[in-house]
Design a binder for this molecule. Structure first.
Ligand code: NAP
Length: 529
């Protein structure tokens, strides 16, 4: 498919006239064709009006047809073939093999949500039959089902050009909920966005979706993105990116005459606690595995393990020696954008200059300085150094890690209490460490969305039980996840129908359960029909 730099607004392809931008190859600094025209307020208005007009029709379609739409998006993404991977590679510098894996995840995610839609449990249908004879007061017939909030604005992430972007988890879960979606494409992968946008637009047409179920706009966050979030037709926002950007959108959404939820996934340093027995048994092996996770994708994962806490001693020395050796062999890598490279360099400079922080190891330096490359870095401090400098709790997005040497596992609790909210927290331990881990677990439950044992947090499975969320600043709303089947809950709200005539009830709540979905009756599972 040829890219033409035009937005998708309902059925139309529109060339934005409010400025524009070419994509940039971060490995070479070269511009990539074509020019992408940026949308104006009028384009936002048109997309939002179409989404609003599509809302009732789209959410009323049979669940099977909604699911077919999601499956068809997955099929059409695969039909884009190597063109999609090559363009994403050129725009992001991410290796082709990684992008092929990410495409698999994106397609799998769409199919998972198609299955969630067919299954119908997300509707949380619940029936409390009338009790006219109840004393002292009769009870009405009460029926609850969830409905979508309304049109959703999605801000694609720079670091997952497929799985967290135009057809990524936010879009898939919002469409699954029955919400039309308007995506603000990320400027770091405009061509990839257009290709995937084409796949969604075609899928919408062949499966008979109403016009306006999907639009893709190009533009700057502070103008077009802000206009989108401020538009009265938009009822929720999905975002992955920086803390600054996420908080700007939260503030904007809260300042609207009608405030709306912003589900922003922002910043996490993903602490790893390394216990004595595990250190003694396999310190050197863990050192290598840690560096592999720290440097994966040039460290540009929201689940990158940026902080490791371990008791000082010979075990930690072996761990660090092996980690330093692995890191020293790691080549400098291409970062997603010049801005992200700059932010990384600033973060590394902050760590280098911080009091009581030592540089333990450096990866290979870049051969050519145009454009710059990210050099992997490993720093160390002690518990006092960490406590004395709140800046050390901030994310450095890229392949840089900080090790805190503590006296013993009793210090784990003190360090954990200092941490902000996290997407993940990891315990590397053996059975003999379980007693030492016990007091830490309740603290980590308060701090993080996912707790792992003897693994590394990079690599997020898309499944029913996954949580990719956590207390602020990991996300703006710790009650939800942005990955996994329950991500759909972000875009739903419950409605109760009291004493409604059968003919006017939604199918999910009608007597006889015509959809055949799982429902509750008086709080207990309704007998299967
Ligand atoms: P970003 O700057 O937050 O941008 C993400 C998206 O939000 C872009 O489409 C951007 O539009 C838009 N945006 C940003 N600020 C906005 C504002 N004030 N109002 C409206 N829209 C706004 O994130 P990024 O470009 O992906 O990366 C920058 C930094 O974010 C990284 O260095 C890293 O620190 C962090 N990051 C974190 C994660 C994570 O998962 N934790 C992932 C990716 C990035 P424009 O492009 O037009 O500004």
């Amino acid at each position: 498919m040829t890219m033409i730099g035009k937005m998708f607004i309902g059925h139309q392809r529109i060339l934005g006239t409010a400025g524009g931008q070419k994509a940039v190859n971060p490995a070479t600094g070269e511009n990539l064709e074509p020019m992408f025209g940026f949308g104006s307020d009028a384009d936002v208005e048109r997309a939002a009006a179409l989404a609003q007009a599509a809302f009732d029709d789209y959410r009323s379609l049979p669940l099977a047809q909604r699911a077919q739409f999601l499956d068809e998006i997955a099929n059409r993404i695969l039909l884009l073939g190597e063109d999609l991977l090559e363009r994403a590679h050129a725009e992001t510098g991410l290796p082709l093999a990684r992008l092929a894996g990410e495409r698999g995840r994106t397609v799998g995610q769409l199919r998972l949500f198609a299955q969630v839609v067919r299954d119908g449990r997300f509707l949380a249908a619940s029936v409390d039959p009338a009790e006219p004879e109840r004393s002292p007061l009769p009870r009405s017939d009460l029926r609850l089902a969830k409905m979508p909030l309304g049109p959703v604005a999605v801000f694609g992430a720079s670091n997952f050009p497929l799985a967290f972007s135009v057809a990524g988890g936010d879009t898939a879960s919002a469409l699954a909920a029955g919400a039309p979606v308007i995506v603000k494409g990320h400027n770091a992968h405009l061509g990839t966005s257009e290709l995937v946008g084409q796949a969604i637009a075609e899928a919408a047409q062949v499966t008979g979706m109403p016009e306006g179920v999907f639009s893709l706009l190009f533009g700057a966050g502070t103008s077009l993105g802000s206009a989108l979030v401020s538009h009265p037709a938009i009822k929720a926002v999905g975002f992955t990116g920086s803390r600054q950007g996420g908080l700007a959108l939260v503030r904007l959404a809260q300042a609207r005459p009608e405030p709306i939820p912003v589900y922003a996934e922002m910043s996490s340093i993903n602490p790893v606690f390394l216990f004595p027995q595990a250190l003694a048994e396999r310190g050197a092996q863990l050192g290598q595995a840690f560096v592999a996770s720290l440097t994966l994708g040039c460290g540009q994962f929201c689940t990158n393990p940026g902080l490791l806490i371990a008791p000082a001693g010979p075990g930690l020395d072996a761990f660090l020696a092996s980690a330093a050796q692995a890191l020293a062999a790691h080549p400098a890598g291409v970062m997603l954008t010049a801005g992200i490279q700059r932010a990384y360099d600033e973060g590394v400079a902050r760590l280098t200059a911080a009091a009581q922080v030592q540089c333990l190891a450096q990866g290979q330096a870049a051969q050519a300085q145009t454009p710059p490359r990210a050099q992997a870095m490993l720093f160390a401090t002690d518990a006092a150094g960490f406590h004395g400098n709140p800046a050390l709790r901030e994310e450095v997005f890229g392949p840089a890690g900080l090790v805190i040497r503590v006296q013993d596992t009793g210090d784990f609790v003190t360090v954990a209490e200092q941490l902000e909210g996290q997407l993940t927290a990891t315990l590397l331990m053996d059975e003999a460490d379980h007693a030492a881990a016990r007091p830490l677990v309740p603290i980590l439950e308060r701090k993080a969305g996912r707790l792992l044992v003897n693994g590394f947090p990079t690599g997020v499975e898309v499944s029913h039980a996954m949580v990719h969320g956590g207390p602020f600043p990991a996300t703006s709303n710790a009650a939800f996840t942005s990955v996994g089947a329950t991500a759909i809950d972000r875009f739903l709200r419950p409605v109760c129908y009291q004493d409604f005539p059968e003919a006017l009830l939604p199918a999910a709540l009608q007597p006889g359960n015509p959809l055949g979905i799982a429902r509750l009756c008086d709080g207990r599972p309704e007998a299967a029909v």
